[in-house]
Design a protein around this ligand. Structure first.
Ligand SMILES: Nc1ncnc2c1ncn2[C@@H]1O[C@H](COP(=O)(O)OP(=O)(O)O)[C@@H](O)[C@H]1O
Ligand SMILES: [Mg+2]
Length: 623
């Protein structure tokens, strides 16, 4: 198992990033090599996160170049980068160990044995001092779990597991107390040295002790480089340009204060940076600068910037020693060895692991004890209300009421359950997909599979109670009845899934679910037996209508004909003129139920397939 990286170097030259018309980074030059801990400091809004995003390929650069070992980043090379975002987003119901296990199984290639993956987890847990909380749930706003510091280390551990050569970490110490921050930075520094990794971290306000751990420092001010070079040289540099730091002053505080002072000082700092050619001699021995530039795909870069950069390199001229940012002897083969596979693991492994995690994550939510108790109570309530009613034309509305009540409850429940399950996982999926951890199709297939048994168990319990209490039918009908209901639940779930994916705002998603379900109820056939002709077609858009229609046909099968001279027929609109008898089919027709039951079942089946396929494309569109 490989954990000690071969030497690699990252070089950023003349990087310009603009979003719409706003310039964020102006010609940033920086770089780092294996074993380095490069700190990026600067006031809020100076462009630190944007720089990390650009390196990680999550933000498109306007011009400039970012290379690793002299090669431009492509999808495969980017897998050698790990990126720890500032927000620690996890599946909250999983324990730390489960989270690490999942990451190891899905993001470490299958050529590494299970035993080696386990060893890697153990090593990282030890290196980041996470043993104490290994079996604690991650937790969230509602459930207490890992502390802030532990979550941050867990986030870093997940990225370390993939064994990246270069690790980008956004604000690892923000929100941590000074001792925890110091310990974390110490662990990162040790890790970088021990395993020959490059660590690039944005740091807000490091203590002096933490500051002295940095090997290199990049100071950003308004998107421009104010200083880049050895951290130990920064104070000398500023002293030389007439900005000395008082003795015993925390260098980080001093530097941050400098970058946030008046316009006069800012102007002077920028002028000095320009005099040092914006620190563009990032890497004098960089393969790009010693004649190998030609193999690089120039279409990625702004040529004039690249030429300027080369000109700067030739003239050199820096008064400060930034020269050893880069190293020689880069193993080019190492770079390409990793470049073959589109995904770290096969579709099957991704599907299996995602199903496993999805099941664990949703279990707590869908099979929550309150959910189960609510379903059982409502089933008993419905059962009492319609207790052992017989099938007659007098009690037909009651019978239809039982079915309407059940279908409505499960329509709402399955849709709302799916929509409300999204926020917890949306951030995690986004983060993992951006890191290229798995295929969207594997995630989608896993989500469908894992939610199925969970969304079906409570409805079965519900129907076991209400069906027998309200005497809907016999044992044979029960199986069919259950089957149609479960199919209906999956259709409702599919709609919930599409709405949840298409609308990131949960409030809006819930509004849409409510609107659609109320529409669906209005046109189900239960409420309105005199629909105007021009709007009758709307029932085909109602999923409740399909289930309601089908279940009513099934349960009333075999009911005798109704003589129109009986009192129960008085209000029946079908008993008009000379009609003497009507059948149950005529009565159901008044509610708009005018197709055979298998038409309704087939429609639900087709809807299920169409909505599932649509769900995938909506997800692809919204990613
Ligand atoms: N997508 C974006 N659209 C518009 N402005 C952005 C975008 N991303 C970042 N910015 C702006 O760019 C500047 C730098 O942001 P950022 O890189 O997050 O700063 P830092 O991490 O140093 O606090 C900020 O002024 C921010 O508002
Ligand atoms: Mg930031």
């Amino acid at each position: 198992m490989k954990t000690k990286s071969s030497t690699s170097q990252l070089v950023v030259r003349n990087l310009v990033v603009s979003v719409k018309t706003k310039h964020i980074l102006y010609g940033v030059n920086t770089g780092a090599q294996s074993g380095d801990l490069l700190a990026i400091m600067g006031p809020t809004g100076s462009g630190k996160t944007t720089l990390l995003n650009a390196i990680a390929g999550r933000v498109q650069s306007t011009s400039g170049e970012i290379t690793m070992n002299g090669q431009y980043f492509n999808k495969h090379l980017r897998r050698r980068l790990g990126y720890v975002l500032q927000e620690d987003v996890f599946m909250p119901s999983l324990t730390l160990y489960e989270t690490l296990y999942f990451t190891a199984m899905i993001r470490i290639t299958e050529s590494v044995s299970l035993k080696d993956k386990q060893t890697r987890i153990d090593d990282i847990v030890k290196a980041l001092d996470l043993k104490k909380c290994l079996h604690t749930v991650i937790g969230d706003f509602f459930v207490r779990g890992l502390s802030g510091g532990e979550k941050k280390r867990a986030n870093i551990a997940c990225e370390f597991l993939t064994d990246p050569d270069i690790m980008l970490i956004d604000e690892p110490t923000s929100g941590l107390d000074s001792t925890t921050a110091h310990n974390l930075m110490n662990q990162l520094k040790n890790y970088a040295t021990q395993y020959n990794k490059t660590i690039i971290a944005t740091i807000h306000q490091p203590s002096s002790q933490v500051y002295h751990m940095f090997s290199k420092l990049l100071l950003l001010m308004d998107g421009k480089v104010a200083y880049f070079g050895k951290a130990s040289e920064a104070l000398n540099y500023f002293e030389r340009i007439g900005m000395p730091c008082a003795i015993h002053f925390n260098p980080a505080d001093f530097l941050l204060a400098l970058l946030s002072t008046d316009d006069e000082t800012s102007k002077k700092i920028h002028e000095e940076a320009d005099r040092h050619k914006k620190f563009e001699n990032v890497c004098e021995q960089n393969p790009l600068s010693n004649g190998q530039h030609s193999h690089v795909n120039h279409s990625y870069i702004n040529n004039s910037d690249a030429d300027n950069s080369k000109a700067g390199l030739r003239t050199g001229g820096s008064a400060v020693s930034f020269d050893d940012v880069c190293v020689v002897g880069i193993d080019k083969e190492e770079t390409s060895v990793h470049s073959h596979h589109a995904w770290p693991t096969s579709f099957w492994t991704q599907y299996r692991m995602l199903t496993w995690r999805q099941f664990r994550q949703s279990k707590g939510r869908i099979l929550h004890k309150y959910e189960v108790i609510e379903s059982l109570l409502l089933a008993v309530l419905g059962g009492i209300l319609y207790f052992q009613t017989d099938y007659s034309y007098k009690t037909l509305r009651d019978k239809m009421g039982t079915i309407f009540f059940s279908v409505t409850y499960w329509g709402f429940n399955c849709m709302i359950g799916t929509v409300t399950g999204f926020p917890a996982e949306r951030g995690v999926i986004k983060k993992e997909r951006e890191a290229g951890a798995y295929r969207l199709s594997a995630y989608y297939a896993a989500k469908i599979t894992s939610d199925l048994p969970l969304i079906l168990i409570t409805p079965v319990l519900f129907y076991c109670i209400i069906y027998w209490m309200s005497a809907i039918g016999d044992g044979v009908l029960f199986a069919t009845f259950l089957g149609v209901n479960l199919l209906f639940c999956t259709v409702a779930q599919s709609i919930g899934h599409i709405i949840g994916t298409a609308m990131p705002d949960m409030k809006l998603s819930l509004k849409l679910v409510n609107t659609y379900m109320l529409f669906s109820l209005l046109f189900s056939g239960f409420f309105n037996t005199h629909l105007p002709d021009w709007v009758k077609w709307a029932k085909y858009l109602s999923i409740v209508h399909y289930a309601f229609g089908c279940l009513n046909i099934l349960s009333t099968e075999g009911m005798p004909v109704l003589w129109c001279n009986t009192t129960s027929a008085e209000l029946n609109p079908t008993c008009t003129g000379n009609t003497t008898i009507i059948t149950i089919a005529d009565v159901l027709k008044d509610s708009g139920i005018d197709c055979p039951y298998f038409c309704y079942t087939a429609s639900l089946g087709i809807l299920f397939i169409v909505l599932r396929v649509l769900g995938y494309y909506v997800m692809k569109w919204k990613r």
